[in-house]
Design a protein around this ligand. Sequence first.
Ligand SMILES: Cc1cc2nc3c(=O)[nH]c(=O)nc-3n(C[C@H](O)[C@H](O)[C@H](O)COP(=O)(O)OP(=O)(O)OC[C@H]3O[C@@H](n4cnc5c(N)ncnc54)[C@H](O)[C@@H]3O)c2cc1C
Length: 429
Amino acid sequence: MEKTGIIIIGAGASGLMAAYVLSRKGRKVVILEGRNRIGGRIHTLERGLFSSAVELGAEFIHGNLPLTLRLLKEAGISNYPSRGEMWQAYNGELGRRSWNMPEWDELMVALDRLKEDISIAEFLAENFGEDKYALLRASVISFVAGYDTADPKIASTFALRTEWQQDDEADQHRITGGYGQLIDYLEMQCKVNGVEILLNATAKLVAWNNNQVQITLWNGECYLADAAIIAVPLGVLKAEATEPAALVFKPSPTEHQKAIRQMGYGAIIKILLQFETPFWVSSDASAIGFVLSDESIPSWWTQYPVPSNLLTGWLGGLPAEIKKELSEFELLELAIQSLANIFNRNENELRRELLAFKVVNWTTDPFALGSYAYDTVESHDARLVLRQPVANKLFFAGEYLYEGPAIGTVEAALSSGKAVAEQLINFIA
Ligand SMILES: Cc1cc2nc3c(=O)[nH]c(=O)nc-3n(C[C@H](O)[C@H](O)[C@H](O)COP(=O)(O)OP(=O)(O)OC[C@H]3O[C@@H](n4cnc5c(N)ncnc54)[C@H](O)[C@@H]3O)c2cc1C
């Protein structure tokens, strides 16, 4: 069996970025990717089913994110601001979102006073347990589920405080042609530098000692390397060994595995619907961007400012975990019912006007098993452990290893891939 320099398991943004950095320094890299495509949780579906390219996974650049923007510039890929107006639909009333909740100011003051990190559920119970705060509690829990896709019982209050104190309202962008452009660019650069990318190559067993790493795939094929970068999602690392993409380590890096269990990883179901007409647009609602609601598929967005007949539904956190075993058609029905209630439309009419749909259940996708990481009270310490290589042979990379305001994003994945490649170059001359 021939030995390769470095094997990377996973061709998502972090694995590809690591390969790009390593191969630029002349390292021999092989990537093993379990799916029949690269990109992982970035998946731009080219025009076909829908009348334009659509994002099944990552869609927005959340803020002024240095590495993403630098790579886009290097690749000559443009992006555009995409934040339309925020609307809300509660108890059947659709209107512009009002931020007029005086309790929200009280929440920010109480957050500022917090000295020791606890879960957001505990924080709310301790500080806002009275009946008069019921609406505030519901709105915080729904935000934690919707945006962070997190379980409030373990989500860190400190991390949420940092997130809510940032003012990035104006800074949301989309990539022209989709995030897939960035993946294509990284793939092209990797290939030019001699990186080999193997698809349908699901790793199962990672056996390591002080000299080498041996990786065995599901089909029994074996690969030997000087070192390996494990760039699979946190959900896959947390999974039981019986899951199709789960990895078994021999010997087991016990400290690292404990740290993996301490980190938070959310749930998400994304639903894309294309209609005959953009019925949500009116003279009053010409710039409608996001709608938050109390429906079973609660969050929706348009393609504003690009004229489009596409609506995207978003179900995150525990509600997504609870509904993850529903069939595609059951989820589609929930989406139609939700839209009918939000926009006061007849369900049958909406079904007739529906031209195309796609339900993307990332929570049951065996190569993702969820959405993205969120901070628990223990995440910071766990990350310190996971950022250390195991015997200079196993290096972990992925969005969940990034420490900072862009947790869970493509920026986080790219930053982690870059950092781990640089670390590996230093360790292995
Ligand atoms: C629905 C959704 C919407 C999102 N929206 C945004 C957004 O708007 N903006 C944003 O910045 N971020 C967004 N994100 C998050 C972003 O997509 C991720 O943080 C980022 O793409 C993760 O990159 P990664 O390389 O860490 O992991 P991944 O992209 O998941 O890559 C890991 C790779 O490992 C492969 N793999 C898994 N197991 C094995 C195995 N056993 N053997 C071989 N290969 C394996 C997988 O197939 C995958 O290709 C979103 C995520 C989801 C799911």
